[in-house]
Design a binder for this molecule. Structure first.
Ligand code: AR6
Length: 183
């Protein structure tokens, strides 16, 4: 599924983000940048140990929740990995939605600053961090749409959703957010 926002494309794919051939893939990291399970484990396994060496050297203090940092892509097809730290869901009254939006925004800014034409995101916080997937989808997509409307870049913003269920939630949210748009 794809919608156009200005000159950019916002796309939804189902699959494994580690195989993506875009300039930057986004990792759902933790604030210590310590690695873990889920998409984080998959990226470090496939990308090799150089990625963790780089985060340790360049970002020894880690990365605050709601922000992101960038490294090279190691053995991945992607040139860069952007390590974004989404919030742990704890009921919705602790600024989780704003922190999640901020993690997406900072990732998009880093992509533009590093001349990335394409960026691929997983559903940040929607796994181990338990953010309800429908809400996570609305936050993710509305943040990307707003960013593309203001900046027109990156040219391709792709969400790579691991399961059919999560893909379905993103598709429904995208439909809802763009219904009434010219295209
Ligand atoms: N490609 C795309 N999406 C994936 C992949 C993959 N290869 N593998 C899992 N997902 P999670 P979080 C989906 O738990 O909730 C880690 O331990 C998954 O189905 O990876 O932000 C970190 O170190 C889900 O929809 O990230 C942190 O400690 C989405 O990616 C913590 O988990 C996010 O799930 C971060 O938790």
């Amino acid at each position: 599924m794809q919608v156009r926002i200005n000159d950019a494309a916002l796309q939804l794919h189902q699959g494994d983000i580690t195989a993506e051939e875009v300039d930057a893939i986004v990792n759902a990291a933790n604030s210590r940048l310590a690695g873990g399970g889920g998409v984080d484990g998959a990226i470090h396994r496939r990308g090799g140990s150089g990625i963790m060496q780089e985060t340790n050297t360049r970002y020894p203090e880690g990365c605050p929740t709601g922000s992101a940092v960038i490294t090279g892509g190691g053995n991945l097809s992607a040139k860069y990995v952007i390590h974004a730290v989404g919030p742990v869901w704890s009921g919705g009254n602790r600024g989780e939605a704003e922190l999640l939006a901020s993690a997406y925004r900072r990732s998009l800014e880093l992509a533009v600053e590093n001349d990335c034409h394409g960026i691929a995101f997983p559903a940040l916080s929607a796994g181990a961090y338990r953010f309800p997937v429908d809400r996570a989808a609305r936050v993710a997509l509305s943040t990307a749409i707003e960013f593309l409307r203001s900046n027109g870049r990156p040219e391709v913003v792709r969400f790579v959703l691991f399961t059919e269920g999560i893909y379905g939630a993103f598709a429904a949210a995208l439909e809802e957010l763009t219904s009434g748009d010219a295209g």
